[in-house]
Design a protein around this ligand. Structure first.
Ligand SMILES: NC(=O)c1ccc[n+]([C@@H]2O[C@H](COP(=O)([O-])OP(=O)(O)OC[C@H]3O[C@@H](n4cnc5c(N)ncnc54)[C@H](OP(=O)(O)O)[C@@H]3O)[C@@H](O)[C@H]2O)c1
Length: 247
């Protein structure tokens, strides 16, 4: 997979190779048995989903760069394992891409009031930049019902319509994209269990589980070119993604 590269690390302590998750993978990499991923740029890194992405991607062995707007955000993101890079999606943000092999988009409106500018225009600008100079891999947190704003509260309509436009742009970009469309986000701890599908009934999912899905997608090239909805559910994330790509 394109985002993977070999790390030159010291030998692993015995026993660590058997460990699961990021520790096991990094240990295997130290033993020269595994290629581990490269550098991931997280846009929206200080947001509530973004912080989970930073932490989980770092734990999985990625070098992480996170776009931040304030010193407080920089400190928080750094504490989770990322290199903070200052920028603003409405002004200048490209430095976060330096050396990146993949980009995870989880920006939302945050302190900005206009969801269309961030959810549509800024994401399209990021995709255009990647189309011109890379990296090619782009993972996007969109939203369930983005193509059916009539199904949700009218207050959410503009944000959903904005996401539908930028999602369509990303799908036509020629990039190695994955679009993840979660239901209502909660700050409950993640369960690692989800339901994925193309048109799921209404429901919720923990931000931590959305982040875990994104990191799992980074590691699974079968998710390139896939758009899907995701809710909290009863299937382990890797298994849910495998079913998706088997369709
Ligand atoms: N809320 C839901 O139920 C729901 C459901 C489905 C999908 N989603 C989508 O899921 C994604 C993550 O949501 P979330 O609630 O976890 O996000 P969040 O906590 O609101 O975080 C959004 C992040 O984007 C950053 N951001 C906003 N404008 C920016 C700009 N101009 N330049 C740089 N950074 C900027 C914010 O920075 P600041 O803090 O500095 O503003 C913040 O760190 C969003 O795309 C959201 O639309 C949400």
């Amino acid at each position: 997979m394109r985002v993977q590269r070999r790390l030159d690390l010291p030998a692993a302590p015995p026993g660590e190779l058997a460990a699961g998750g990021g520790a096991g993978r990094r240990a295997a990499a130290r033993a020269g048995e595994l290629t581990v991923p490269g550098v991931v740029a997280v846009i929206g890194a200080a947001g509530r989903t973004g912080r989970h992405v930073v932490r989980l991607a770092h734990a999985a062995g990625y070098a992480v760069r996170g776009l931040v707007r304030t010193a407080e955000q920089a400190q928080a993101v750094q504490a989770l394992g990322a290199v903070p890079v200052y920028g603003d999606l409405k002004v200048e943000w490209e430095a976060v891409l330096d050396g990146a092999d993949a980009v995870v988009w989880c920006a939302g409106t945050g302190r900005d009031s206009t969801s269309t500018e961030i959810g549509r225009d800024a994401l399209i600008a990021v995709a255009r930049r990647l189309m011109a100079r890379g990296p090619r891999r782009l993972l996007v947190v969109s939203s369930k019902s983005a193509d059916h704003p009539e199904r949700v509260h009218p207050a959410l309509g503009d944000a959903l319509r904005a996401k539908a436009v930028s999602d369509a742009f990303v799908r036509g970009s020629g990039l190695e994209w994955t679009i993840v469309r979660p239901g209502g986000l909660t700050d409950e701890p993640g369960t690692g269990q989800v339901t994925v599908g193309m048109d799921l009934p209404g429901g919720k999912i923990a931000r931590e589980d959305v982040a875990a899905v994104l990191v799992a997608c980074l590691e699974d090239p079968r998710t390139v070119g896939q758009q899907f909805e995701v809710l909290g559910g009863e299937q382990a994330i890797a298994a849910a993604l495998a079913c998706l790509s088997a369709r």
